[in-house]
Write a protein that binds this ligand. Structure first.
Ligand SMILES: Cc1cn([C@H]2C[C@H](O)[C@@H](COP(=O)(O)OP(=O)(O)O[C@H]3O[C@@H](C)C(=O)[C@@H](O)[C@H]3O)O2)c(=O)[nH]c1=O
Length: 185
């Protein structure tokens, strides 16, 4: 399995091998031993899947507060997304910094986003399907969001503000400064 630490080293991009033959392919998309060796050691308790019909759908930037904070292992099983992780742990040397990776049906990569990070993605193709494992259960009261195009983060999104498609809830989210006390490193 290919393992790459990104510019924020706690964020890890992994690419499990795919074994192709005349029938199609086989892949171990999660193996606790290999993921632990790669640095993804927390136990997962919930699996999620979402489908976004259009290109330019933006979901995020989301997190849950402690004790319901979630680490997420994200992959794209159909289409393609641009996946973003933002360090929201105040006191961290990379606080307020972001990293991104393209995840697609084709490149088969997965992005590990630890607890204490905001997460969001933008679809690069129609009918994009995203699946992710979470280390914490959904807890509605603990959910928090930051506006996707927060000026304070200057994320280099592959979609313009006029073309992006967001939920009403996400359009009402505050700037990143609202997140200053959400997590501590
Ligand atoms: C996240 C979540 C939502 N829901 C429900 C609430 C709501 O009625 C419906 C849709 O929820 P949302 O609009 O929040 O879905 P979405 O905008 O796709 O939210 C997701 O975005 C990405 C970026 C993440 O990182 C995820 O953790 C999650 O926050 O699904 C659950 O039942 N369980 C869950 O774990």
């Amino acid at each position: 399995m290919k393992v790459e630490r990104l510019a924020i080293p706690d964020v890890i991009l992994v690419t499990p091998p795919r074994f192709s033959d005349n029938r199609g392919f086989f892949s171990e998309t999660y193996n606790v031993q290999r993921m632990t060796e790669a640095g993804i050691a927390l136990p997962f308790v919930q699996d999620n899947q979402s489908l976004s019909r259009q290109k330019g759908v933006v979901r995020g930037l989301h997190c849950q507060l402690d004790p319901h904070a979630q680490g997420k292992l994200v992959r794209c099983t159909k289409g393609a997304i641009w996946d973003v992780a933002i360090d929201a742990r105040s006191g961290s040397p990379t606080y307020g910094k972001w990293v991104a990776a393209e995840l697609s049906e084709e490149n088969w990569s997965q992005l590990w986003i630890p607890p204490g990070f905001l997460h969001g993605f933008c679809t690069l193709a129609e009918e994009s399907e995203v699946q992710y494992k979470c280390t914490g259960l959904y807890d509605k009261a603990s959910e928090r969001a930051v506006i996707w195009n927060s000026r304070e983060l200057a994320i280099d999104w592959p979609v313009s503000s006029t073309d992006a498609v967001l939920s009403e809830k996400d359009l009402e989210a505050p700037e990143f400064s609202a997140a200053k006390d959400w997590f501590h490193s």
